[in-house]
Design a protein around this ligand. Structure first.
Ligand code: ADP
Length: 298
């Protein structure tokens, strides 16, 4: 039976008053799921709560009959987690460190461990560098090592928090391919503020901001929904405030030194705008913009 992680009415307010999660309800099926939101949206709070590392104030999370917020040991047995800040011992080799993690995961037989560790190092393309100290690894290699440890014990739920920040383009592609392969049979939640990570990889997604769920669905479907409502025009930087006053400017970008704006509108704003086919970035920015305006109006 396909797995589903069900998050219901989850809320969390930190002691300083920050509402990091506000009544979040979300169903996450098997496959790659993208959790997209700007910095401070509440993504890590949600990931750490699901990973049993911190408490929610109210709400529930269930997976395969497990009450995730209470049956923490049961969750940990089926969870693989790659946190935002993944610390390693720089003077330890990848092989030794992964072997230690395997002991912690409860793989007691040295022979089993050798087999599992070897297989994971091959799968993450680190076998050739297994005798190298982790301190000498590149950012991409460290992330792949992080995935190797997250995969120990055949998890059914894998959480990766902001995995591609700081990776060069080649490393990012390798990391994506690895994740895509893993995501075929288990739930992989990819938390990120990088829209391209989601459009490249995820069959489903959600957008959160200020602790609230703003949208949930399929990336391609959501792009179809805004199609023919995105308009582009090149302006000077000085003109931007005026345009923002009159139009729903969802993004501004410098292209070859000129400012290009995207505007959300059901019809052509005026003759100076040209139609562009929408992208997930347009979905993301128009969703965030709408939420900001609704908050201001409220
Ligand atoms: P994201 O992962 O999307 O960047 P976070 O979950 O880290 O978002 O943070 C959500 C909000 O909660 C932010 O405003 C952040 O400053 C705040 N926050 C996070 N952790 C704590 C904490 N331990 N104590 C107080 N506020 C926190």
């Amino acid at each position: 039976m396909p797995l589903e992680l069900r998050i219901e009415a989850l809320s969390k307010t930190y002691p300083n008053g920050v509402k990091a999660l506000q009544d979040v309800t979300l169903a996450i099926p098997t496959g790659m799921f993208g959790l997209l939101g700007p910095n401070g949206a509440g993504k890590s709070t949600l990931m750490r709560t699901i990973a049993t590392l911190q408490e929610a104030d109210s709400g529930s999370v269930t997976l395969d009959g497990i009450d995730v917020l209470r049956q923490k040991d049961d969750v940990r047995r089926i969870l693989g987690y790659l946190p935002q800040e993944f610390g390693v011992y720089p003077r330890m080799t990848a092989e030794t460190m992964l072997d230690h993690f395997a002991v912690l995961k409860g793989i007691t037989s040295a022979r089993d461990r050798r087999e599992v560790v070897g297989a994971l190092l091959r799968r993450t393309n680190l076998y050739e560098s297994r005798k190298q100290n982790l301190g000498t690894y590149s950012g991409g290699m460290r992330q792949r090592f992080g995935i190797a440890q997250a995969l120990l014990g055949n998890p059914k739920l894998i959480i990766v928090d902001e995995p591609t920040a700081g990776l060069d383009p080649g490393e990012r592609v390798r990391f994506h391919n690895l994740l895509a392969e893993i995501g075929e049979n288990v739930i992989v939640i990819l938390s990120t503020h990088i829209v391209d990570d989601v459009s490249d990889l995820c069959s489903r997604m959600a957008i959160i901001s200020n602790g609230r769920l703003l949208m949930e669905g399929e990336p391609m479907q959501s792009v179809r929904e805004i199609d023919s409502r995105i308009w582009r025009r090149t302006i000077t930087k000085q003109e931007l405030p005026e345009y923002e006053k009159h139009f729903a400017v969802i993004s501004t970008r410098l292209i070859a030194g000129r400012t290009v704006i995207h505007v959300f509108s059901d019809s052509r704003p005026d003759a100076s705008f040209e139609a562009v086919s929408g992208s997930l970035e347009d979905v993301y920015f128009s969703t965030l913009r709408r939420a900001t305006h609704e908050e201001k109006a409220a």
